[in-house]
Design a protein around this ligand. Structure first.
Ligand code: SF4
Length: 430
C-alpha cells in the first residue's frame, strides 16, 4: 500500500509529517512523492490563516473520497473544523494519536514503533535532510494571543522530557548530523509543565554538553519570556548560534495590548539592546501582523519605528486574517486588504534596504559556513559546482570552491559579494 503526505504550514507540521512517515513505513507501507500513485493520502493541515484552510478544502474538493484514495486529515484544522472535514475526508485523527494511524487505515503495525504512548514526539522521524534536523521540544501554547488559534488547534502547552530530546540529538550526532533547530510555539517556557526541574536554558546547556561538532538554532521566542539568562547562555555556549527569532507582532503598545501580548514597544528595544551588547554579530528576525483591527497609521508607524530601531535581518509578515473562535475575530476590521498589502510592502522595503547595507559591511570578511547543498551545472566545456550553506547567524551563502566539498562540512568562506538574501563567496579553507 502506498501513501502520500501533503504538509501545510509551519516547521512543526513538517516535523510531525516526518513522524507520520516512520509510523506508516513501520506498518509496511511505501512513501510515494505523487498523490496519483497513492492508496492513502494524509493531509497535515494548518489553520493559522484562512488561505491555508482554503487550500485544504480545495484539495479535498478535487480529490473526492468516493472516487479515489483514502484521505486522512490531521494537524491544526482537525480540532476546529472536524465536522466540515469529516464530510469531505475519509477520516480525521489528532496528531497525538499518531500511533493508532495504521489501525485506522486498516494496517496492523508489523514493526514496533518506538513510542512512549503519552508522547507521539518520541516516534523517530524520517528526516528529509541528512545534515540539519528539526527537533520539537514542546507542542501547543498557553498564551492565548487574541488573534491565534494555536491554543485551540494544538491544545495547551506540553514539553517533551529532556532525556528524550537529548537521546534523539545524540543518535543524530552519531549519524553525522551537524545542525539542529529546536522548535516549539514558545520555546522560552520549555519545562513549565514537566515533573523534572528544568528550564529552556538548562536544556540548551545539556545539549551543548554533547561531545561533537554541531550548531543549534531555535524558534520561536516570545519577547515577554526571553530572559537575560538565555541571552547570556547563547553568548557563552559555542554551539548556540548567534541568531534569535523573536516575534514582536507589532510596535504599537495599543495593538500589543489588544493582541494580549504582555509586553511593550520599549521592552522590545531594551531586550534588543541587551542582546546586541551581549552577543557580537547577532542576527535577529521576527514575525509581524499588519492590519490588526483598530491599527491606525500612528500604530503602524510605531511598528515601522521598531523595525528600524531593532534592525531585523528578516521578518515574516502576515496580513491580519480573522480566525473563528479567537477574540480578535469578534473585532471590526478597520484596514482594507489594499491597506494591509501596502503596510506589508513598506516593512519589506525597509528590511531589504537595511539588509543590503548591513550585508555589504561583511564583504572582505571570512566566515564559517555549514554546507548543506550542492548545485552542479554542466555545459559542453565544463562542469561547475555551486555550494550553498548557512552561517551561524543563519545567513545564506553561495560559494565556489577549488577543491570538492562534502555537504555537512564546515568551511571558511571569504565573502566577495552581498545580496539582500545573504552572501556570495569563495571557500578559503575546507
Ligand atoms: S504565543 Fe504564538 S502560538 Fe501561542 S497563542 Fe501567541 S501567537 Fe499563538
Amino acid at each position: 500500500m502506498n501513501f502520500f503526505i501533503k504538509t501545510f504550514g509551519c516547521q512543526m507540521n513538517k516535523s510531525d509529517s516526518e513522524r507520520i512517515v516512520t509510523t506508516l513505513q513501520n506498518a509496511s507501507m511505501t512513501h510515494v512523492d505523487c498523490p496519483e500513485d497513492a492508496d492513502v493520502i494524509i493531509l497535515n493541515t494548518c489553520s493559522i490563516r484562512k488561505s491555508a484552510e482554503d487550500r485544504v478544502f480545495t484539495f479535498l474538493s478535487r480529490n473526492k473520497k468516493s472516487d479515489g484514495p483514502t484521505i486522512g486529515v490531521t494537524g491544526c484544522m482537525v480540532n476546529i473544523q472536524k465536522k466540515k472535514l469529516s464530510e469531505k475526508a475519509s477520516f480525521c485523527f489528532e496528531i497525538k494519536d499518531l500511533e493508532n494511524l495504521p489501525q485506522i487505515i486498516g494496517k496492523q503495525t508489523t514493526k514496533a514503533v518506538t513510542i512512549d504512548s503519552a508522547d507521539y514526539l518520541n516516534i523517530a522521524p524520517s528526516l528529509e535532510s541528512k545534515i540539519h534536523a528539526y527537533i520539537p521540544i514542546m507542542s501547543g501554547c498557553d498564551n492565548f494571543c487574541s488573534y491565534c488559534v494555536v491554543p485551540y488547534s494544538r491544545g495547551r502547552e506540553v514539553s517533551r522530557k529532556s532525556e528524550n530530546i537529548i537521546q534523539e540529538i545524540n543518535e543524530l550526532v552519531k549519524k553525522g548530523y551537524k545542525a539542529f533547530t529546536l522548535i516549539g510555539q514558545n520555546v522560552n517556557s520549555y519545562g513549565k509543565n514537566l515533573e523534572e526541574d528544568i528550564n529552556f536554558e538548562q536544556l540548551l546547556r545539556r545539549i551543548c554538553a554533547i561531545d561533537a561538532d554541531f550548531w543549534i538554532w531555535f524558534v520561536s521566542s516570545h519577547p515577554k519570556d526571553m530572559s537575560k539568562e538565555l541571552i547570556n547562555t547563547i553568548a557563552r555556549e559555542q554551539k548556540l548560534c548567534s541568531y534569535i527569532h523573536f516575534a514582536v507582532q507589532s510596535g504599537s503598545d495599543t495593538i500589543l495590548k489588544a493582541m494580549n501580548r504582555h509586553y511593550t514597544h520599549n521592552h522590545c528595544i531594551e531586550l534588543t539592546d541587551y542582546i546586541k551588547a551581549t552577543i557580537p554579530n547577532v542576527s535577529l528576525s521576527t514575525d509581524i501582523i499588519v492590519g490588526f483591527p483598530g491599527e491606525t497609521t500612528k500604530d503602524f508607524d510605531d511598528t515601522l519605528d521598531l523595525c528600524k530601531r531593532i534592525d531585523f535581518n528578516m521578518a515574516y509578515i502576515s496580513r491580519f486574517s480573522p480566525r473563528p473562535g479567537t477574540k480578535a475575530a469578534l473585532l471590526e476590521e478597520t484596514v482594507s486588504p489594499q491597506g494591509k498589502k501596502e503596510r506589508e510592502h513598506l516593512i519589506l522595503d525597509i528590511l531589504k534596504n537595511k539588509n543590503i547595507q548591513n550585508n555589504k559591511k561583511m564583504i572582505g570578511e571570512t566566515v564559517t559556513v555549514l554546507i548543506d547543498k550542492q548545485i552542479v551545472t554542466k555545459t559542453r566545456e565544463e562542469k561547475n559546482t555551486l555550494y550553498i550553506g548557512k552561517t551561524a547567524p543563519f545567513k545564506t551563502v553561495k560559494c565556489n570552491s577549488k577543491k570538492p566539498i562534502e555537504t555537512g562540512q564546515f568551511v571558511r568562506v571569504a565573502i566577495t559579494n552581498a545580496r539582500d538574501w545573504g552572501f556570495e563567496g569563495e571557500v578559503v579553507r575546507a
